[in-house]
Design a protein around this ligand. Structure first.
Ligand SMILES: Nc1nc2c(ncn2[C@@H]2O[C@H](COP(=O)(O)OP(=O)(O)OP(=O)(O)O)[C@@H](O)[C@H]2O)c(=O)[nH]1
Ligand SMILES: [Mg+2]
Length: 458
């Protein structure tokens, strides 16, 4: 049960024009009355809801700061409880001092995210909305803001609800049929259910696919720069980032550890990782670097495969192409300022029809060409999905995948001619995991963990 009245500074911990101290809980008004005297002479307890009042925060019987105090009576407030917000003059010392006065008057310090947690527990929002609040605060670009706002408006919740309703209908049907075989016929049911589950799985698969492009646009494209030693990988990193982040020499094996740089290319954000040149290395340090490069290329959304066009393809190139074949690759046909001894076709022969960009660190148009190709790959294709609500939260995605698993188990049971109660078990599991996404039947520990990642005062 929620019994404490909590308080925290809701604004940033820097000097600013205004600082807000937020109080929420059953005693919010009573506590405010202990610390605040309004110029009108009225008591906070008597203020009308959603009004704002000028007065003083008092300390030891004397005015401490002149503030504007607003009241929101529950349930019409962010947390669903009585809420008071003190708009004080900004400044860390002042805000902390006022918070202390409020705590001395009986409030307890709020945990990070506790206001939003209370909003969730009081049914003001579901978990997708609560998590959207956090995403909104940490948004780094317009796309992220838009997507979080969509979730905050309950669009994702609606989608999950629809799926859950469909599942619930089936479990209810099975239960009824098992209870009352006279009135429900299950003869053709498995086939029918198979069709319905497949439709749900299509929807879920689409959500999972979309989440990838959503994450890419929100957090950037994880891009691995891969190639044999001396292909010019570090030069590519330096050129794109516009600074000398990585050491460049003509000695093969210069880069041993991976180097990261986040760069903006038009609308896209690339989280670049320059890696050690891939070859059979004798040197222990270099060998570890090569292993790391391979792992990074495995986890990447995009591989920039750098090929030195001024020398013949060798075993290292061939080996790398075999390893990355089938992944999301853009070939950088590099060092085009030198005379080419290989052709683009030599590479496409091995890799199939992947995009190729002619690149040279001495040609300033190189990154413009790369940008055009990446736009084609990552933005054009996705333009059609702009209107959809995209799940980008890892926790939610995990639950969605578990629901997907459970539904696949249903299909398997149907295939194996299992009895209907088996369908029911997995359908119920799927229902449960979808429920966890929106925060239904979620355990206390999990709620605590999720909200502890919020910032203070939210
Ligand atoms: N002419 C020309 N030389 C280049 C170009 N890019 C890189 N180089 C040269 O190629 C050599 C290797 O460049 P790096 O960028 O260090 O290559 P790397 O792939 O990072 O090499 P490792 O870290 O050893 O795997 C250096 O001498 C660079 O100056 C280019 O576009 N044109
Ligand atoms: Mg290098």
């Amino acid at each position: 049960m929620i019994s404490d009245t909590i308080a925290a500074i809701a604004t940033g911990m820097t000097s600013a024009g205004i600082g807000i101290i937020r109080i929420s809980g059953a005693d919010a008004f009573a506590i405010a009355d202990k610390v605040f005297t309004s110029y009108s002479g009225d008591k906070v307890c008597d203020f009308k809801t959603h009004t704002i009042h000028l007065g003083n925060i008092m300390k030891n019987g004397r005015p401490f700061d002149e503030v504007l105090l607003s009241v929101m009576r529950g349930p019409r407030s962010y947390t669903g409880e009585d809420v008071v917000e003190i708009n004080a003059h900004g400044g860390m010392y002042l805000c902390n001092a006022i918070l202390q006065i409020v705590l001395d008057a009986g409030a307890v310090m709020a945990e990070p995210g506790e206001f939003t947690k209370r909003a969730f527990l009081n049914g003001k929002m579901d978990l997708t909305q609560a998590e959207a609040v956090m995403d909104l605060i940490s948004s780094k670009n317009e796309y992220a803001v838009k997507n979080s706002m969509d979730h905050l408006n309950g669009r994702l919740r609606k989608k999950i609800d629809e799926l859950r309703q469909k599942i619930l209908y089936e479990t209810a049907y099975i239960e009824s049929a098992l209870d009352d075989p006279e009135h429900f016929d299950l003869t053709d049911y498995p086939e029918e259910l198979d069709g319905k589950v497949n439709t749900m799985l299509d929807e879920i698969e689409r959500m999972i696919q979309l989440s990838k492009s959503g994450r890419i646009r929100k957090d950037g494209i994880r891009t691995a720069i891969i190639g044999k030693p001396n292909a010019g990988k570090s030069s590519v990193l330096n050129m794109l980032s516009g600074r000398e982040s990585a050491i460049v020499t003509d000695i093969p094996g210069t880069t041993r550890d991976s180097i990261e740089e986040s760069v903006r290319l038009g609308e896209l954000q690339l989280n670049l990782t320059d890696t050690a040149g891939i070859r059979d290395a004798d040197d222990e340090v270099e060998r570890i670097g090569v292993e790391k490069a391979l792992k990074i290329s495995n986890d990447a959304d995009l591989i920039l495969f750098v090929v030195d066009s001024s020398i013949p393809l060798d075993d290292n190139d061939i080996k790398i192409m075999e390893m990355i074949n089938g992944k999301n690759i853009v070939v950088l046909f590099n060092k085009t300022d030198l005379e080419a001894v290989i052709s683009v076709e030599d590479i496409l022969e091995k890799l199939g029809n992947v995009p190729v960009v002619e690149f040279s660190k001495n040609d300033e148009e190189s990154d413009v060409r790369l940008e055009a190709v990446l736009k084609e790959l990552f933005i054009k294709k996705e333009a059609a999905v702009d209107d959809e609500s995209i799940m980008t939260n890892t926790r939610q995605l995990q639950e969605l995948k578990l629901a997907q698993q459970s539904l696949m188990n249903v299909l398997r049971s149907i295939e194996n001619f299992m009895t209907e109660d088996f369908f029911s078990i997995d359908l119920t599991d799927a229902y449960k995991h979808l429920g966890f996404i929106i925060g239904e039947e979620i355990e206390d520990d999990l709620a605590n963990m999720i909200f502890s990642r919020f910032c203070m005062g939210k």
